[in-house]
Write a protein that binds this ligand. Structure first.
Ligand SMILES: [Zn+2]
Length: 454
């Protein structure tokens, strides 16, 4: 690509930005929060209509009562790029923490505020405008782009694999895009090069047919004690996970991965101040903390309840106690193996009575090797557009369904985009910076062009 053509591309992206922003605002008026069926259906329809307007071949995949998966394909050429996006959003609670109503997008100080403006409606529309820019400029889009857009990402993509299995050819492709990407505090482009896996489980102890008077506590077993004793066996000092065999499939991190993470900024003091802690787990600091965030699998208690927790005094023995755990996984851990290990661990320690329900969220980790041509090209293009060094984040500390889409054909993936470090996705006052929207869109348009030529 010559410099002249590249500049022209950036210009036409700029021309589209007012429309792109208007569309993001319109799309973000739909409250497509997890669990709101009518709003999710409206967002799915909005998505399908917008893809059709762009000239995509659109297909709807239906599985059970799950929100529809919308697939839109456009373009031609040797290469196929899969864009894995979603139209559902995290709930906007608590609403009184927002400075403007979450579903009435508002422009202030060079930013658009609203639920979904970044995660993921904004990124979805940015990708689409990049595609349209390139198509308008070339006459024909020189690469095939297949959007795979689900409505269950924020609650674990539970039906995505089943939906994709309805048409197995949909996961054929050469490259894939993770739903978004971003910048760091210094506005350097950050490439997301993978995602961690996840296993979500609910553990339940049941000891009695009903709650009992605590005067019987010397006779009747307490479900809360039963549960916390079982939970305690899963955990060792400094947050090591004590599930037998848990670390067995964890791959060694490579020197290349470790050195890439050296350039990821992490302000220990600020982080500790934010959460009012004196010390991070394991006494970690700086690069060591960043490395742990990506490479250390976890077993987190995300919720735990039992007995009476109201304002009055009530002396009962609880009959049931429940805990929810989310386990973040790293290559090459498989959530199904981890589930088996967890069940076996509990049984071996005499806790076979603890019910394990793992029917919720699960996904395998998926890291793209940093030396893949896709990552190198994404870094190059990002550096040209941002005129700044890029940072390769080996993987997001969080999770996304990249394995479901890319795993079967071992497709490399990367995330480029415009999420600023203070974009506040999932939190109140989610926002997008308009200057970064244009840059992120330009990066994707240029990357598509280079991939077409690859
Ligand atoms: Zn998202």
């Amino acid at each position: 690509m010559t410099e002249y053509e590249a500049v022209e591309l950036a210009g036409s992206v700029a021309d589209r930005m007012p429309t792109c922003l208007d569309e993001i605002a319109e799309f973000c008026r739909i409250e497509s929060e997890t669990g709101k069926a009518a709003e999710l259906a409206a967002a799915a329809q909005w998505t399908a209509e917008r893809l059709e307007r762009a000239g995509c071949q659109v297909k709807t995949l239906k599985v059970d009562d799950a929100p529809d998966v919308i697939v839109g394909e456009i373009g031609s050429g040797q290469r196929t790029v899969l864009c894995v996006q979603h139209y559902d959003v995290q709930p906007a609670d608590p609403r009184d923490s927002w400075l403007s109503p979450p579903y009435e997008p508002s422009l202030r100080d060079g930013r658009l505020y609203g639920r979904g403006v970044s995660d993921n409606k904004g990124h979805l529309l940015s990708r689409l405008h990049a595609v349209e820019t390139l198509r308008d400029r070339c006459g024909v889009l020189p690469v095939t782009v297949r959007f795979i857009i689900e409505g269950e990402e924020e609650s674990g993509s539970r039906h995505l694999a089943a939906a994709l299995s309805l048409d197995p050819g949909l996961v054929n492709g050469d490259y894939a895009m993770i739903e978004a990407g971003g910048t760091d505090e210094a506005d350097r482009p950050v490439l997301w090069c993978g995602v961690r896996g996840l296993l979500f489980v609910e553990l339940k102890a049941r000891t009695l047919s009903m709650p009992a008077h605590s005067g019987y506590a010397s006779l009747l077993p307490n479900a809360a004690w039963r549960l916390v004793e079982a939970l305690a066996t899963l955990h060792a000092p400094e947050d090591r996970i004590a599930i037998d065999g848990f670390y067995e499939d964890v791959l060694q991190r490579t020197d290349e991965q470790r050195s890439a993470l050296q350039s990821v900024p992490f302000d220990d003091d600020e982080f500790k101040r934010t959460f009012a802690v004196q010390r991070l787990i394991g006494g970690r600091n700086g690069a060591e903390a960043v490395e742990a965030e990506i490479f250390e699998p976890t077993c987190n208690i995300s919720g735990i309840w039992s007995g009476y927790t109201g304002n009055q005094v009530m002396t009962i023995i609880p009959d049931v106690a429940t805990a929810r755990l989310d386990l973040r996984l790293v290559p090459d851990q498989d959530p199904s193996t981890v589930e088996t290990l967890l069940r076996q661990h509990l049984a071996d320690r005499g806790f076979g009575d603890i019910e394990v329900n793992a029917s919720g969220w699960r996904g395998r980790p998926y890291f793209t090797p940093l030396n893949s041509s896709l990552i190198k090209l994404a870094a190059q293009v990002s550096e040209e557009v941002f005129v700044s060094q890029s940072v390769s984040l080996v993987a997001l500390p969080g999770s996304a369904p990249m394995y479901q889409v890319c795993g079967a054909n071992n497709i490399p993936c990367v995330g480029v985009g415009f999420s600023a470090s203070d974009t506040n996705a999932h939190g109140p006052n989610e926002n997008l910076r308009i200057d970064l929207l244009e840059k992120g869109t330009t990066v994707f348009a240029k990357l598509l062009q280079r991939l077409a030529e690859s």
